[in-house]
Design a protein around this ligand. Structure first.
Ligand code: SF4
Length: 347
């Protein structure tokens, strides 16, 4: 059964007219309620008889918060329960330029990256556009926001799942969340993180989307990338950089390369040199991320001094780079950790 958040206002108008014989002004009322993340019980501006009929065919909400943890740095980690009992997670982070919500696009993930807890156990299923949107609607409401004055100002598609492996639902989500009739979040305030599904990177540009693209690179050579990211068996780093260049040429949006620093593995002089050879002259940015340890894997993060040394090398080679501050580490800030511990407890 679909949830109401799966639909645009136009589609809701059509449903109300064709399935419930309702006048068009009801669509505006219902859509406003959906945007506020209201339950049927809270939709008091709609007749009870209509709400009862809607209940039989559509969920009012796609998810509920099952659990949340607040970090000492203010990050709130949410565990949501979907209507089919699956759980996904997200994180709300406050920053000087606004508040960012990290959303999930799949239950689990089939990409199997070695440093990520979301990939353990594989893909369970894709989320629908409404399930992705509902994470934003839900947290916006919990954090005291409205459609007019949003508490969630920025969105990153960086939770569990590979967004471009769920292309149709993710792009529908982008349409819904940026719609002026909904939350009206500009694509400039949305980042999409991909491990580099190059055909869909090109498709995203061709379909006219202009979100900020972030590529999970994490390696300066294909051999090492293959050892931590199975997707590297399908695409070389060069193919990914070429797709990034294509996206930039079509959208004018500067792309970001994410590089998780793994102790003793991918942060030496030659890694910095190879990265600079790959990216020199391309207006992009390298985001260095200290590895959040994942208990199930034997990979360690580097020290602050090692991270600074690697950053300095990249600067010396002429790359734009910075170290991303890890948020919410004390509450399982890394993607997939909260869900893993929840599933591990057999809940
Ligand atoms: S890093 Fe992203 S693509 Fe890789 S397993 Fe985790 S969620 Fe999937």
């Amino acid at each position: 059964m679909n949830c109401l958040a799966d639909f645009s206002k136009l589609k809701i108008e059509k449903i109300l007219k064709e399935e419930f014989s309702q006048p068009s002004y009801r669509a505006g009322q219902l859509y406003k309620n959906v945007t506020r993340f209201n339950s049927y019980d809270e939709m008091s501006d709609l007749p009870l008889s209509l709400r009862d009929k809607l209940k039989e065919k559509y969920f009012d909400r796609a998810l509920d918060v099952e659990k949340y943890l607040v970090s000492t740095d203010g990050t709130v980690k949410y565990l949501y329960k979907l209507n089919d009992g699956n759980v996904i997670e997200g994180a709300f982070m406050t920053q000087s330029y606004g508040n960012t919500l990290c959303v999930s696009t799949q239950v689990g993930c089939r990409m199997g990256c070695a440093f990520c807890a979301s990939g353990i156990g594989g893909l369970v299923r894709n989320l629908t556009a409404g399930e992705i949107l509902s994470q934003v609607l839900c947290v916006n409401r919990l954090q005291g926001g409205t459609a007019e004055k949003r508490a969630v100002t920025n969105i990153v598609l960086m939770g569990s799942g590979e967004p471009l492996d769920n292309y149709d639902e993710v792009t529908e989500f982008l349409r819904l969340v940026s719609s002026p009739e909904g939350l009206n979040v500009s694509e400039r305030n949305i980042s999409l993180s991909t491990c580099g599904l190059v055909e869909n990177v090109r498709r995203l540009a061709d379909d006219g989307f202009t979100v900020t693209l972030t590529f999970s690179l994490h390696a300066s050579n294909d051999d090492f990338r293959r050892s931590i990211m199975p997707i590297a068996n399908r695409y070389t780093i060069k193919e990914i950089v070429d797709a990034a260049k294509y996206y930039f040429s079509k959208t004018g949006r500067r792309v970001i390369f994410e590089y998780t620093m793994i102790k003793g593995v991918n942060i030496n002089h030659f890694d910095a040199k190879r990265l600079s050879e790959l990216l020199k002259g391309f207006p992009c940015h390298v985001n260095l991320i200290p590895l959040n340890p994942v208990e199930e894997k034997n990979l360690q993060g580097c020290s602050g001094a090692e991270a600074e040394r690697f950053l300095k090398k990249l600067h010396e080679f002429g790359l734009s780079a910075s170290i991303r501050k890890s948020k919410g580490a004390d509450v399982g800030g890394a993607c997939g950790q909260l869900r893993r511990s929840y599933i591990g407890q057999g809940k």
